[in-house]
Design a protein around this ligand. Sequence first.
Ligand SMILES: *Cc1c(COP(=O)(O)O)cnc(C)c1O
Length: 454
Amino acid sequence: MEKFTKFLLSENEMPRQWYNIMADMPNKPLPPLHPGTGKPVGPEDLAAVFPMELIKQEVSTERYIDIPEEVFDLYRTYRPSPLFRARNLEKALGTKSRIYYKYEGGNYSGSHKANTAIPQAYYNKMEGVRRITTETGAGQWGSAMSFACNHFGLELLVFMVRVSFDQKPGRKLMMNTYNARVVPSPSTMTAAGRKVLEADPDSPGSLGIAISEAMEVAVQDPYTKYALGSVLNHVILHQTIIGQEALIQMAKADDYPDVVLGCFGGGSNFSGIAFPFLRENLLNGKKTRLVTIEPASCPKLTKGKFMYDFGDQSGMTPLLPMYSLGHNFIPDKIHAGGLRYHGAGVLVSQLLKDGFVEAKAKFQRECFEGGVLFARTEGILPAPESTYAIAGALDEARRADIDGVSRSILFNLSGHGHFDISAYEKYFEGNLPDHEVTAEEVDRSIAQLNLPVF
Ligand SMILES: *Cc1c(COP(=O)(O)O)cnc(C)c1O
């Protein structure tokens, strides 16, 4: 095989459709429930919050959904994204395995979040929406949404998790540059925020709280809707552009992955790269392992319970059948802000329950160590979130070497860490604590809720 390290696609080779895993799941997920009636929610229940086209995608069972022309035009300003073979990392490890990564940090938002921000802003604009509210954890989603909204002529109000607002002022300024308004969450702007602040004036915030605030503002105005950056089926659908491209690129590399990995916050970047490969497993007899890596301090997939829970802190969303740590759980202030979410997307939850995907948890120090090795060998400074995928890939390569085999390993490098230099500084100073949530803490968090666990 020739020694290529970079696998590119031309615009003509770009996939024109997103892939919907719902079509091929052996067990379809349980329906979301209305918390008041206990009945499955219908499209009309969601209409105050989302535009109809996204609601249709949320419940669609069509295998492929066309990417609208206006979305495709913006996609092609930064897609297809490159797929690299990490030859220098392989050399440093002395591994026999082939390590590939799909780099999603090379766009304006610095992460995969642009892939769904663009269609979400587009569908809202098409349906006459004027303003969008949203949350952001580490700031990548807020940045992605800011540019997309500005492009389509929509206003944007972002509730940014307090700890990230303080840790990452650059992200806030970037959102302001793209014309968005950014408020630290919990805030005094909403009842949900005020309630949290009364109980704890120094609350670091959480994605769950920020979602409650953004939804509360959206439902009060018919021209305002809400957008979510992960978790939901339509978000995951948009992210499958990553795996659809990666399939073609792996063929160009004359290889096929034995294992595909992604870090895990709510499930969008992992699902985006993994679901097209899962389709090949389900329909075409391939046997690729699909592995998620989450923080030990926010271990919903490895220690959470499969249950009906709210997607936000104050209970404004429908009840979703998912792995959860409980919607009141406030994760430790780790630097991978995008992974500090109590729940997991419904699709990944069902697939994990049915044994089609695997889940692992890791401490942040080991992940930063992997991230630094990656930066020094491949030259890209990874987002703290993405270092979890790197650490997972390093495990796979080392295990293959112990087993005396060469494996093909593909991971999603979900974003760059240019706004996260202070986290790297803390790592180099030896100031990055490792924190693990215990099974008792999870039980206590869930027992408070009074919701059934399966
Ligand atoms: C938001 C984010 C994540 C986590 O969210 P998922 O929906 O699980 O992908 C991971 N990496 C980066 C760079 C992010 O911005």
